[in-house]
Design a protein around this ligand. Structure first.
Ligand SMILES: Nc1ncnc2c1ncn2[C@@H]1O[C@H](COP(=O)(O)OP(=O)(O)OP(=O)(O)O)[C@@H](O)[C@H]1O
Length: 514
């Protein structure tokens, strides 16, 4: 299938604001539908306003008396607060504005359904007094007894991974973020190992990604492995092509979860972008189609991934081992970053403990259990590129994902090396074809190295096109938001139709009885 799209990227430009503006998922914003201002410094809600439900109360209480009244959230934790759609207004703490949530009318189509796009405007740190952020701690309550990890006895307990440290000046990532200062904004996605949500770090208005990995309560082996790997992750210095690690927690006292806090990438992962693209294609006439994943974009993505892999390997001797679309993230600044380099292998081997569809990007030598090197990641990159431009996993296609590791092995051994398709409406630069061919060589020793690929003409030919790529990322962000909105509307419409059907059924039943 040739995925193309109509003249993309002519979305409405964002208003420039002094305040940082963030779009929130529809299902997680809550509060006053009436634009009332909420002030949080007094006695009401002393006993009740502890979590999501309390925010529901705020909205359900609806009354302007409650909403224009004063709220006091008794404990020092924002982490269990979900902000739901519909809220507009300001939250004040001791008369300091902390959060300013505004409605913004949406254009065209959505208004027909009476929908409003919600924006979440967060005062920038410079706009709020230092006391504001600490004060906000008093507004919310803890999720549970989360603590920085209680490390297993022995060598691991010496690890500093879960301690708060301030080593940012050296560029070392640290537990600079505390769970109790996070407000959850909505689910981003989930994988085999856990769930990732978007969260607001209130003290500095930073948006972070919070990944939660449940572990078996007494599986010390897995916990130890994870802790060890997170320790490695923590030691990795910030890099343009590596998702920053902000810290990790182990909630051993409550629900046995490992929580990893990391940089939020606002365009999401390549698999998400590909899904948005596919839906976009499905909604438009083929004649207006322009492929999203063109030579420029693939070159920039490849460059970012290779650079990140080389850095991890040269500096830390880390081999990623799990390059796949969901582990390559993009943001609207035009950055490409890889994630899951530390925990992925353990999660696959120890927690999932089975062959899962997402392991299909593994190189032939790895599947066969041979010693594998960093070139295994090169193979995976080749498959990712083919998938992005064709919309299908190359060793399956047409929803024919391999059934298991033996099936995959059989395909790799018996079928020719995966390649970019030729003809059928596909047109790729010859440099790109050669680049992919060099990645997808079955024999590891014949496969190009990362260093060789970084010097490849395909990377070189777009070197001066950073601005164009950045522009692409921004437009993708707009398309993602539009897609979200359309899906919400479709959902609402489907619900409405369902309700009407049910009502019609009930009416018919009543009529029959009468
Ligand atoms: N830092 C991040 N910023 C933005 N989105 C992210 C971030 N990390 C993960 N995601 C999104 O969350 C989704 C789930 O991530 P997660 O790492 O749990 O699983 P996965 O990578 O899809 O699969 P697996 O568990 O097999 O590795 C990803 O597909 C990605 O879209």
């Amino acid at each position: 299938m040739n995925f193309q799209a109509p003249s993309l990227f002519h979305g409405r430009s964002q208003k420039k604001r002094n305040l940082k503006q963030l779009s929130l998922p529809r299902d997680v914003i809550d509060g006053d539908m009436y634009g009332n201002e909420i002030t949080t410094n007094a006695q009401e809600y002393r006993n009740g306003s502890e979590n999501l439900h309390d925010m529901d109360n705020v909205r359900a209480g609806t009354s302007s008396s409650v909403l224009s009244g004063k709220l006091n959230f008794p404990k020092n934790d924002a982490s269990n607060l979900y902000l739901r759609r519909g809220f507009k207004g300001k939250i004040h703490l001791n008369n300091n504005p902390v959060l300013d949530l505004k409605n913004e009318s949406r254009n065209g189509s959505s208004e027909g359904l009476g929908m409003i796009q919600q924006s979440f405007v967060v005062s920038s740190p410079t706009n709020s007094s230092p006391s504001t952020s600490t004060s906000l701690n008093h507004v919310f309550t803890p999720i549970d007894e989360e603590v920085s990890v209680g490390l297993p006895e022995g060598e691991l307990s010496k690890s500093s991974i879960f301690k708060n440290s301030d080593s940012s000046s050296s560029g070392v990532m640290s537990n600079s973020i505390k769970l109790e200062n996070l407000v959850q904004l909505g689910k981003i996605g989930s994988g085999n190992s856990g769930t990732v949500i978007k969260a607001l770090h209130v003290p500095d208005s930073r948006i972070v990604a919070k990944k939660t990995i449940p572990v078996e309560s007494n599986n010390h082996l897995v916990v130890n492995q994870l802790v060890r790997e997170l320790t490695i992750m923590k030691s990795v210095h910030m890099h343009d092509n590596i998702v920053s690690f902000y810290g990790a927690y182990y909630t051993h006292a409550s629900n046995n979860e490992i929580i990893i806090l990391m940089e939020y990438m606002n365009c999401g992962s390549l698999d998400k972008i590909l899904s948005v693209y596919k839906r976009h294609v499905a909604r438009h006439a083929p004649s207006r189609i322009v492929p999203w994943f063109n030579g420029l974009v693939i070159s920039k993505i490849s460059h970012g991934v290779l650079n990140g892999l080389l850095y991890l390997y040269e500096r830390y001797k880390i081999i990623h081992r799990d390059i796949k679309p969901s582990n390559v993230l993009i943001n609207s600044k035009g950055q490409v970053k890889i994630c899951d380099f530390g925990v992925s292998k353990k999660l696959i081997n120890s927690i999932a403990d089975t062959f899962v569809g997402t392991s299909t990007y593994m190189s032939p030598e790895r599947i066969q259990g041979n010693v594998y090197s960093i070139k295994g990641d090169v193979w995976s990159l080749g498959l990712v590129i083919i998938e992005l431009v064709t919309g299908e996993f190359p060793l399956g296609g047409h929803n024919d994902t391999p059934d298991g590791i033996l099936d995959l092995l059989q395909r790799i051994v018996n079928e020719p090396s995966p390649k970019l398709p030729q003809g059928q409406g596909y047109e790729f630069p010859k440099e790109m074809i050669d680049f992919v061919n060099r990645c997808c060589v079955k024999e590891e020793s014949q496969r190009s190295s990362i260093q060789e690929l970084l010097c490849h003409d395909f990377i070189d030919m777009y070197k001066s096109r950073d601005k164009d790529y950045k522009h692409w990322c921004k437009k993708v962000k707009v398309r993602i938001r539009e897609d979200k909105q359309i899906r919400r509307e479709d959902n609402e419409r489907a619900k409405l139709e369902q309700m009407q059907l049910e009502r019609a059924g009930e009416a018919a039943a009543t009529a029959r009885r009468v």
